[in-house]
Write a protein that binds this ligand. Sequence first.
Ligand SMILES: Cc1ncc(COP(=O)(O)O)c(C=O)c1O
Length: 380
Amino acid sequence: MSRLSSHPRLLRWLRPASLLAALALVSAPAFAQHEIDSEAERGPISLHMNENAFGYSQMAQMAIMQKLQGGNRYARQEAVDLQNALAAREDVPANYIIQTDGSGPVLLMTAMAFAAPDKNVVTVTPGYKQLTDAFAQQGGEIKTVPLNDTYAIDLPAMKDAIDENTAVVYICNPNNPTGTMAKPVELTQFILGAPKDVLIFVDEAYLDLAPGGVEKNSMVKLVKQRKNLIVSRTFSKAWGLAGLRVGYGIAQPETLEKLKPYYMGGPSILSTVAATAALQDKDFYNYSIESYNHVREMMKQRFDAMGLEYAEPNGSFIFVHTGVPIEELQPRMAEEQILIGRPFPPMMDWARISISTEEDMEVFFEVFERVMKDYGKVAA
Ligand SMILES: Cc1ncc(COP(=O)(O)O)c(C=O)c1O
């Protein structure tokens, strides 16, 4: 049967309303955001990628379903709607925003636009390396600054590290993998006091989850004052859209122009409508943040009870000093179906544990306490 002759029959079957109704039936269980399947039932528990285990907005899921049949089109008005919604949220003009597939591309475009063999990027160690590694791949140099004694970004040392060849300063706030925060007043002073020709990049992937959230801590408010400043945000963490891939950069249009030659396209039409709908779903956003706060406190208490040190967590993970080389602990936990964070040199006997549901964390602690006893790191 030819495609054309089958077409009318398909159409009879797949009238939009009946398709949506069928989809709603099939997808109903996935809609229960409070009843996420335990990762344990589906395979290993994922505590290694800082994904949101609390699900994502039902309004976003509905928006995807309603747009499903529009997948043959590029995102046009949908992209404009998201752009306007983001501009309103960030309180900047719409041309200050660049939409990307997750925030990673903003980091990569920045590396490609600003790296050169005689240039350096200043960053902390341990830190998130997507931008800095790409900068080095373009022939640039990475200048790393150790964290301070609270495992937070040492802003005075970062300032001292800037030299005449510095093209970019990369700051991840809260820092990945430590989760520690720079104080907003100090970070503001640092940014405004940095040499005007140096690009400051502030990665706020986890900021929604920090006490005071983006309202109290975001550096977006400086973007109108400072041309050489890019702030990146993502829907992958607090909003739970990691698999849908939506992120964005915020900067003055002249700065965004420098990134555009390296642009590889924005989010899909389905991801775009999901993000726009998610922005309206304050209930899910608050639920997500409260869930993180709740489980983070529970985890801190458990680590305290074990006598383990951890860096003050403000994101979707906790960096804990296990005293066991991570290259041993990671496979040992994986044998027990628990995936934990990768090594973050030079803190090689620390482990980054993503915050997941309370049920997942119960399983984690049962295994982790046993393993730590085996290593003689906590009392048997
Ligand atoms: C600090 C930081 N920035 C950026 C990203 C990129 O994530 P995405 O592309 O999903 O926004 C991640 C991912 O985990 C991250 O930890």
